[in-house]
Every structure is written in structure tokens, then in C-alpha cells.
Write a protein that binds this ligand. Sequence first.
Ligand SMILES: Cc1cc2nc3c(=O)[nH]c(=O)nc-3n(C[C@H](O)[C@H](O)[C@H](O)COP(=O)(O)O)c2cc1C
Length: 176
Amino acid sequence: MANILIVYGTTEGQTAKIAQHIGARLEQQGHEATSMLASDAMEMDLAGYDPVVVGASVHEGRYQKDVRQFVEAHQATLEPRRTAFFSVSLGAVSADPQERAEVDKLMQEFCSSCGWTPSLTRSFAGALRYTQYSWLKRQVMRHIVAKEGGPTDTTQDFEFTDWDDVSRFAEELVDS
Ligand SMILES: Cc1cc2nc3c(=O)[nH]c(=O)nc-3n(C[C@H](O)[C@H](O)[C@H](O)COP(=O)(O)O)c2cc1C
């Protein structure tokens, strides 16, 4: 039985939902899983956890600052261990292969700039939470999404996450 720590950053909640789904899937398989915000995990002793999983979402081409701070603070502990990183974005669901490649590049640049080589990385599609955005953010997101041919009804939220893919990632974490 593995004892897994999932540390994440989230701005509108989708990465938290994915972290919880990973934790629930692992618990179903008889493992122990703890998920927590990166901002609450800065002082954590990672010694008893294997693997340690880190997740973050993309906003304006970057991941949450707290997640970078967590990885940098724990780099020496993370680097030699079994670890994983997952990215959450809308670029991951884009029809444009260049947009998807941008997300992959961002993941690689993030990890290498932290001096960290996770054993497993994965890019998940996130969500559009029009109803949670401020008026300005809603207009900006609608404009960006319209250019991509995505949904523009701002009275609704849209979730693009493939939950089966998230479950498969959880299984790979402990199988690898
Ligand atoms: C203001 C804003 C900026 C965003 N910028 C990007 C971006 O640069 N690239 C991208 O692929 N997705 C971008 N997204 C989409 C988010 O990554 C997506 O909504 C994700 O589900 C957010 O996860 P969270 O709820 O955990 O923060 C942006 C979303 C918002 C609201």
C-alpha cells in the first residue's frame, strides 16, 4: 500500500477537483492519499510519501507561484524520488496542435527551471467557469474561446476534463 501526497495550486477550483479525483481513485485501490494546497504544504516533511504528486493550472502562460515555491523549496527531496507533475489548462483541449505543444513546452520549462525531473508528467484539459469569472475576465475568456471555436454561452460553465484519463494517471502513479 502506497502513501501518496498530492500538492496542487488552483485558481478556479478545477485542479483541486482533479487532485481529489486522483486521491479518491487511489483510495479505492487501497492506498492512502492526502491532497493539499501548495500554500499549506510549504513546511511539509515529504519523507513518508511515495510518490509525491504536484499539480498546477495555467493562467496567462504560467503556473501558480505557490506551486513553483513548493517545488523549489523541496527540490532536493523531490528530485531523487518517484514524483509526478500534472498540468491543467484549456490549451490541452485545443484543436490547434501548436496550442497543445505550447502546454507541453510550458510543463517541461517549469520542471527544468525548478531543477526537477518528475518520473511521470501529464497534461489534462481543465474547465471554463464563466459564471465564476468577473465581468472583464468573462469577456476576455469568451473572446479567446470564440477564436478557438469553443463554447461562448457565458451563462454556463464547461468542463473538458477527461475523468477516465485522470483515473488512468492515478493508476500509473502507483504502477510505475
Ligand atoms: C484568466 C485566465 C487565463 C487563462 N490562461 C490560460 C493560458 O494561458 N493557457 C491555457 O492553456 N489555459 C488558460 N486558462 C485556462 C485555465 O487553465 C483553465 O480554466 C483551468 O481549468 C483552470 O484551472 P483551476 O480552476 O484549477 O485554476 C486561463 C483561464 C483563465 C480564467
